[in-house]
Design a protein. Structure first.
Length: 201
């Protein structure tokens, strides 16, 4: 089982079990399956461009092939910034206490959301619970697994439960409308415009 989400408010820690919320869980889904001549389900696989390797589901999550065909496992990969410099790896925040910061709703609305987690209380501070029930929104650092990109999460609650909304913070730039001066002109209607010319028939 994954480590819990641990947050702290005013020095008091709270722990939540978490489960990713998906459209499948909300609305259900249908899946089309390919079967062979005997009715057995076929397994999906991809053939590399040179035709040398057959990649089955899950194999590409273990590493990558270079253009020269060399296999590079994930543990040898490093993150690079826009200038090609190596960036530090961001460790997972699961199981590690993250401080909460109360924010206004607009901050959450500016989030480019990537995932939502439903939270189940393990041990929750009464002060935090009361604040969430009162409509407060809290921000904290979140990174599900160690990688090179940290995300931001927001802790919210409603009648349906408690949730962590995860994504990247954005700073939208609003553009003021440009005043355009237009002059309205009134066109005279041609009284004969809709008349039929019977010589056409």
């Amino acid at each position: 089982m994954a480590k819990p989400i641990v947050v702290s408010l005013n020095g008091q820690e709270s722990r939540f079990d978490h489960k990713k919320l998906s459209r499948r869980k909300l609305y259900g889904y249908r899946r089309r399956q390919a079967v062979d001549g005997t009715g057995e389900t076929c397994a999906k696989a991809n053939l590399t461009e040179d035709g040398r390797y057959l990649l089955r589901s899950g194999m590409t999550a273990q590493g990558y092939f270079t253009a020269a065909g060399r296999w590079v496992p994930n543990k040898e990969l490093v993150g690079l910034d826009d200038n090609g410099a190596v960036v530090d790896k961001v460790e997972s925040t699961l199981g590690t206490s993250q401080p909460l910061e109360e924010v206004k709703p607009q901050v959450l609305l500016d989030l480019r959301m990537s995932s939502v987690y439903t939270l189940a209380e393990q041990d929750v501070d009464p002060g935090l619970k009361a604040a969430l029930e009162g409509g407060s929104i809290f921000r904290f650092a979140f990174n599900y697994r160690g990688d090179y990109k940290a995300e931001t999460a927001f802790l919210v609650a409603n009648k349906a439960g408690t949730f962590a909304i995860v994504g990247d913070a954005t700073s939208p730039e609003w553009i003021e409308p440009v005043a355009v001066q237009t002059v309205a002109t009134e066109e005279e209607e041609d009284p004969f415009e809709d008349d039929l010319d019977f010589e056409m028939f």
